[in-house]
Design a binder for this molecule. Structure first.
Ligand code: SF4
Length: 385
């Protein structure tokens, strides 16, 4: 099979791995033969720590897999075209794309062909060719396969900027429902622990990430957030990605907004000082779909609001809907020399006043009122200021 055809198949197969801001090959709506689509053949975009947007070649080494994970398009029982790259072939393809400025980095994942050790070695060999033969020093994100051994994790960490492994489910019981061949602790948590050791030894400047597939094992948001919170605290995880389950048969998919609410909660934990206990879950353990988790927190903790903008500690400012870390820092700095008296002054600092006003006092005066009847379960039913 020609390399270009392999790229088409293995780039498309990689679209379920979330590693960046835009993922998955999208054929240009103006037709396949046009020029200018940057999303074909598995090219996606990610942001570096300094905010730069980089394009990644996102591709699988092979879409052949000995496992049969229920949610995965590459599972062994799925009848479709299989192919694989040779290490040299993929390294050469990438470097040619890099030299032509099509891509600035590589995200390499794979199905498990024959064994984890065999496939991981081929993935590592691809990266070695890039680093030593082609002297490529740019960004590489390498996916660890389930059950990757410590020595292979270490070698992968020496060569890559970022390592990740997909947990897919938040705990062993859920994983057993959809991926019977994987052992949650042995195959998934252990490689993360090895990667954490490499991280603490100064390797992996872009850290470790993971991905959850949302709704595949009927897990709740509280289970997912519990595990991601544990990974942030105990395994130095850089970030978790959430990918709404795309059923492979006639099942009803989970609402996409669920994925969005999990991302919002994840941001609240990473950047807003929210603890797990601050999230309010519905009776089924999921987040409220109608209102975002920060707003729900504020409504359910009415005794903590409104906060006085001229006095509230930084961490309390961050809890106000409509105030992000940047606006909170600006307020904190400005009020050292200034006393806020008007709504418009906060708007100029980046506060979304439409959301923030009902939760703020400005110089002792209420900044705004609720105009909507808010109903969030029995505790807050009918709350409207
Ligand atoms: S091991 Fe990975 S590639 Fe293989 S079926 Fe499971 S999720 Fe898919």
């Amino acid at each position: 099979m020609e390399t270009e055809k392999k790229l088409e198949i293995l780039g498309a197969a990689a679209k379920y791995d979330v590693c960046a801001s835009t993922c998955g090959p999208v054929i240009n709506s103006r037709g396949r033969d046009t020029i200018g689509s940057v999303t074909r053949s598995g090219i996606c975009h990610s942001f570096t720590q300094d905010g730069r947007c980089v394009s990644l070649l996102k591709v699988l080494l092979t879409n052949t897999c000995k496992n049969n994970c229920q949610y995965c398009v590459n599972r062994r029982s799925n009848d479709f075209q299989r192919t694989e790259f040779e290490s040299e072939e993929l390294a050469h393809l990438f470097i040619e794309m890099y030299k032509r400025n099509y891509v600035e980095g590589l995200f390499l994942s794979s199905g498990v062909k024959n064994s984890t050790a065999h496939t991981m070695q081929k993935m590592i060999e691809t990266v070695e060719i890039l680093r030593f033969k082609y002297r490529y020093i740019g960004y590489i994100h390498l996916k660890m396969l389930p059950g990757t051994s410590e020595d292979l994790v270490n070698r992968a960490a020496e060569l890559s900027d970022r390592l990740s492994i997909n947990l897919e489910c938040p705990n062993p019981d859920r994983l057993q429902l959809i991926a019977k061949e994987k052992d949650f602790k042995k195959d998934l948590i252990k490689p993360i622990t090895h990667a954490q050791h490499a991280l603490r030894a100064g390797k992996l400047k872009s850290g470790i990430t993971t991905q959850f597939v949302v709704g595949a094992a009927k897990e709740s948001d509280s289970e997912i957030l519990f595990t991601s919170n544990w990974l942030y605290k105990q395994r130095d995880l850089r970030r978790a990605y959430f990918s709404a389950y795309i059923p492979l048969d006639t099942e009803t998919p989970p609402p996409l907004i669920r994925e969005h609410r999990l991302y919002q909660s994840d941001f609240l934990m990473r950047f807003y000082g929210f603890e797990l206990k601050d999230f309010i879950f519905e009776a089924n353990g999921n987040l409220n779909l109608k209102y975002d988790p920060k707003f729900v927190y504020a409504v359910k903790n009415r005794d903590k609001f409104p906060v006085e903008i001229n006095k509230a500690p930084f961490e309390n400012l961050l809890k106000v809907p409509g105030i992000g870390p940047t606006a909170a820092r600006r307020i904190y700095r400005a009020r050292k020399e200034y006393r806020f008296t008007q709504n418009s002054e906060l708007k100029n600092l980046g506060v979304v006043m439409k959301r923030a006003a009902p939760f703020l006092l400005i110089n002792g005066r209420k900044a705004g009122e609720f105009y909507e009847q808010i109903s969030l379960g029995e505790h807050c039913a009918g709350f409207a200021a």
